[in-house]
Design a protein. Structure first.
Length: 446
């Protein structure tokens, strides 16, 4: 199915709701465009299509921040949540757990790389990162962490410390912890020595130097195997393996943040699977709950054993840890990914999507610089921020929901893993038509 637009975009009900929300919600949260071009208010969604409060339907190329991997309002997930809500909505996850928590922990261990299996549940990606940082501190006895420029790991204070963006951290200076250091992330375009393995070694040079210089204080390295919010940046082949090797050599833990890349998004169950890399600690979330908030920090058993046995007071927990609804949703979503082989589907249809985008680059070489990513985690880099950000509004008018990434010159294309070729063709056609509009053409000259 394809989008159908019935009103101006945003429609009158969306515009009225935007004005009302702006009155009540912290103005920091929801962007309300002064020119009235944004946002639309969602009413319902099915698979890859979103319907707004004015009755317009849109093709979602964001999977709602990468969450709706199995499609919006997936029937199996919705049925699992409804059935569980009729039995038990809330439990006591760290006191009197449910069977679902056991089932989900086992299911996660079946799919995560290597012998990863010890689990701490959370409600969102930031929770998983916080648990991973604490786990690394307990296991190594060292507080220092290496992160990467462009890396995004969440906005809670621990996660914010390893997130590289100063614009997120600076307003809270004095409260944000300072245990993290950020190094350049391997990006082939920026490496003057790009020639395969030699580039890999050159790009890892700063990491090795930091590990040597701070051996007494560094306990972990945290990395997104493909940077998402940083701009869909994929390191050269061998870089992640090299990072794993350096962590082993210098006795630090490798934390893989696969909150965005995990559960099939990049064409394998996890992005690190593509290079056979097994991290020491893995952070997962987003697609895991099929739309319901749930996440997990997963570690090798001997690393998770650094946490002391509970004697009745958990050292790290939360009220909604192992939520029955969340566990039911996650079990349904992971079963859907298994039975429909969505990682393989993402690989195949993602390759088709990428090829059509490359054709688009050939038709608009002055406007588009490159196509990035793999599977259904793709990005288009444009000649300017103005083109990319202008397209966010223009494509919404054409029935496509997209988001910018990186410094603003990237459009993320991360649809549900259920997207059909017909929908990809529609999206690329709309992109091409939008790039031919006069205002987009003029933006090239800015």
């Amino acid at each position: 199915m394809l989008p159908v637009l019935k009103t101006t975009i945003p429609g009158p009900v969306s515009r009225a709701l935007a004005s009302e929300l702006h009155r009540w919600e912290s103005r920091n949260v929801t962007f309300v465009d002064p020119q009235g071009r944004f946002p639309i208010f969602w009413e319902s969604a099915q698979d890859c299509l979103v319907t707004d409060v004015d009755g317009n339907t849109f093709l979602d190329l964001t999977a709602a921040f990468g969450v709706a991997a199995v499609g919006h309002t997936n029937a199996r997930v919705a049925a699992a949540i409804a059935a569980q809500a009729g039995r038990l909505i809330h439990g006591m996850g760290d006191v009197h757990p449910t069977r679902l928590k056991v089932d989900l922990a086992r299911k996660i261990a079946q799919h995560t790389p290597g012998d990863l299996g010890g689990v701490i549940f959370g409600a969102n990606g930031g929770d998983a990162v916080e648990a991973a940082l604490k786990t690394a501190r307990l296991y190594t006895g060292k507080s220092g962490v290496l992160g990467f420029r462009g890396g995004y790991h969440g906005l809670t204070y621990g996660a914010l410390a390893v997130t590289s963006r100063a614009d997120f951290r600076d307003p809270f200076a004095g409260q944000v912890p300072t245990f993290a250091r950020h190094l350049p992330f391997a990006e082939p375009r920026e490496c003057p020595l790009f020639c395969g393995e030699s580039c890999t070694q050159a790009c890892l040079g700063p990491v090795e130097a930091a590990l040597k210089a701070q051996a007494d204080t560094l306990g972990a390295v945290i990395v997104e195997p493909i940077q998402g919010r940083g701009g869909i940046i994929e390191p050269p082949v061998g870089w992640l393996r090299g990072l794993r090797s350096l962590c082993d050599r210098y006795g630090v833990l490798l934390i893989a943040d696969e909150i965005f890349t995990g559960w099939g998004r990049t064409g394998t169950w996890f992005a690190c699977d593509a290079e056979g890399v097994v991290p020491d600690v893995l952070c997962v979330g987003k697609a895991m709950g099929g739309g319901f908030p749930i996440s997990a920090c997963v570690a090798r058993p001997e690393i998770m054993a650094a946490w002391e046995e509970s004697t009745g007071e958990a050292l790290h927990t939360s009220t909604f840890l192992g939520s029955p609804l969340g566990c039911a949703a996650a079990l349904a979503a992971l079963t859907e990914i298994e039975e429909r082989n969505l990682p393989e589907r993402a690989r195949v249809i993602g390759a088709y999507f990428k090829e059509t985008l490359r054709d688009l680059v050939g038709r608009h070489p002055r406007k588009i610089r490159e196509v990035r990513g793999r599977g259904l985690m793709l990005g288009l880099r444009f000649a300017s921020r103005e083109i990319a950000l202008g397209l966010v509004y223009t494509l919404l008018q054409r029935g496509l929901i997209v988001l910018p990434a990186g410094p603003g010159d990237i459009l993320e294309l991360v649809p549900p893993l259920t997207i059909e070729r017909e929908q990809i063709d529609f999206a690329v056609a709309q992109l091409g038509a939008a790039l031919s509009e006069e205002r987009i053409v003029n933006a090239v000259e800015l």
